[in-house]
Design a protein around this ligand. Structure first.
Ligand code: NAD
Length: 510
């Protein structure tokens, strides 16, 4: 396969090249892009880390990880050999300026080999505490001084709260130009999330319905079946609000709620997203218990296996006050969305792994079919992000037969059917960063607004008295309070398949 694009020769520098993210996501993504001929014709990958490796040893380590983590194990020995010879391991200490001088030698040598100043992509796959040192040293040594050619990718978490995010933006902006900075949220690279914009803005039929005139509520769920596993120490200082709501869920909210940009152009799209975040109503401290529910998982059963409670997990404080589940209700104060609740929930150790957006349309305005047996179920648009990847529109239809009995049916667009081997989010994002396209990355104002939205909640949960910590059994859909958050307004968490919808219409709740 060849692609109609040319990316300039590039040096890719992975700080944290021996870390977990690099082994599970970054190297598999680079290799798949290479196999599919998306990588620049000339490139090198400099993997930096503190461990000691020979070049052969490091390449063998990458190959071993590809076998375990890559979506595609269908490659030839020749492909691997030509990819692997582009990888160089560099023993590196971020705190030592000499390491940066050594890196400079490698980058300059590549420039000489390519006979031009090549592009440079610096991937900061290291703990947030190192961003400061790396940025300052990159700036000092001039390694990323070319505004057009040099880009810096920053991983999540981007700050710990609003003040730290502002401080981090300030630090980055002192060392680089904003257009060089690529703040990654891998959810934005997912096919199904990107497709929300195509679905909304490239069709005539949906956008006119996309407002408070026709939509009753919107629900965004990102549920994980895994618990904190071996990351209890990290997670206990983070929690679901910081780890998921502030970034992934609010970014999905932007895709669902933003207005159409005049053109499909990075700055315009990011402006529209920032507008939504600015319009999200801030919750007052005394209202937090009304709008939010936080909870921790207790022992339970997942896929038939007993699961321990959060406070018993290794690395977690036995008296921990960190939430593993959040459900909340947002309003967006603009003319399109005034009065429409946006419900969000996310949690660990839940019944299923599931990320989805459900748009719940209003009841049919006429009473033609209202008579118990035929009560129409409001139309529902479901965008399943993972593990299912589809868009489903439910509508009522007559059941075949002599009676006039109605039944929900659905139209489905299924990604797996048309592209069973679609690229991973990191592949999409890396290719965009290589090409200098920042559309799917977060701008400084978006990040700060997102922190601002949750700031009072963070403060209240840490120091206040309004919000109790609920519990839920591992393997469930969360605490009863999360259902009450919706039922107060006559809503409930909606199913994402038509089979479940049908059961509901037959009087059984799921
Ligand atoms: P990790 O702890 O597995 O790896 C850290 C890397 O930093 C290692 O390569 C280590 O050699 C390097 N390092 C540490 N101290 C160093 C020093 N003084 N000099 C040079 N190198 C040094 O971390 P990770 O899980 O790979 O995470 C990396 C970043 O990605 C973090 O910001 C994390 O929050 C983010 N992230 C990770 C994941 C994931 O799935 N692992 C997911 C989302 C975001």
């Amino acid at each position: 396969m060849t692609h109609d694009r040319t990316t300039a020769p590039t040096s890719i520098v992975v700080f944290g090249g021996t870390g977990d993210l690099a082994k599970r996501k970054l190297f598999p993504a680079f290799f798949n892009l290479f196999i599919d001929e998306w990588m620049p014709k000339q490139f090198q990958i400099l993997a930096l880390g503190r461990k000691q490796y020979t070049q052969e040893g490091f390449r063998a380590y990458v190959l071993e990880n590809l076998k375990e983590f890559s979506r595609n194990n269908n490659y030839t020995e020749e492909q691997w050999m030509s990819f692997s010879e582009k990888i160089t391991f560099l023993n590196f200490d971020i705190t030592d300026e000499n390491s940066f001088l050594n890196l400079n030698d490698k980058l300059t040598a590549f420039d000489v080999a390519c006979n031009k100043r090549t592009n440079r992509l610096f991937y900061l796959s290291v703990a947030p505490s190192f961003i400061d040192k790396v940025s300052v040293n990159l700036h000092k040594t001039g390694l990323a001084s070319n505004i057009e050619k040099d880009r810096i990718i920053i991983e999540k978490p981007f700050g710990y709260d609003k003040a730290s995010a502002i401080a981090l933006n300030k630090l980055l902006n002192e060392n680089f130009k904003e257009e060089q900075i690529y703040r990654i949220d891998h959810y934005l690279g997912k096919e199904t999330v990107q497709n929300i914009l195509a679905f909304r803005f490239a069709n005539t039929v949906f956008e006119p319905l996309w407002s408070n005139r026709h939509i009753e509520s919107v629900q965004i769920t990102v549920a994980e079946q895994v618990g904190v596993e071996d990351r209890g120490g990290y997670y206990d200082h983070s929690g679901a609000l910081r780890d998921m709501i502030q970034n992934h869920l609010l970014q999905i909210l932007c895709m669902v709620a933003m207005d159409a940009p005049v053109e499909f152009e990075s700055a315009l799209i990011r402006d529209k997203k920032a507008e939504i975040l600015k319009a999200v109503r801030r919750i007052k401290p005394e209202d937090i218990n009304h709008y939010t529910v936080r909870a921790q998982y207790t022992e339970g059963v997942i896929k038939g296996d007993a699961k321990q409670g959060y406070r018993q997990e290794p690395g977690v404080d036995p008296n921990s006050n960190t939430e593993t589940f959040v459900a909340m209700k947002f309003y967006i104060d603009n003319p399109r969305w005034q009065g429409v609740p946006f419900y969000m929930r996310t949690g660990k150790s839940m019944e299923q792994k599931k990320s989805s957006v459900v748009v719940n349309f209003k009841d049919v305005p006429n009473k033609t079919f209202v008579n118990g047996r035929n009560n129409p179920v409001p139309n529902q648009l479901t965008i399943n992000i993972q593990p299912e990847m589809d868009i489903r529109l439910s509508f009522m239809a007559k059941k075949p037969g002599l009676d006039m009995t109605l039944n929900p049916v659905e139209m489905v667009f299924d990604y797996f059917e048309c592209a069973p081997d679609s690229p991973e989010a990191y592949e999409t994002l890396l290719i965009d960063a290589l090409d200098g396209d920042s559309t799917l990355f977060m701008r400084s104002d978006q990040v700060e607004e997102a922190w601002d939205i949750i700031a009072t909640i963070q403060e209240e949960w840490e120091n206040g008295t309004y919000s109790p910590m609920h519990t839920y059994a591992a393997g469930s859909w969360g605490p009863a309070a999360a259902d009450e958050l919706l039922s107060r307004q006559g809503h409930r968490w909606l199913s994402t398949t038509v089979e479940e919808l049908r059961e509901e219409t037959n009087g059984k709740t799921v």
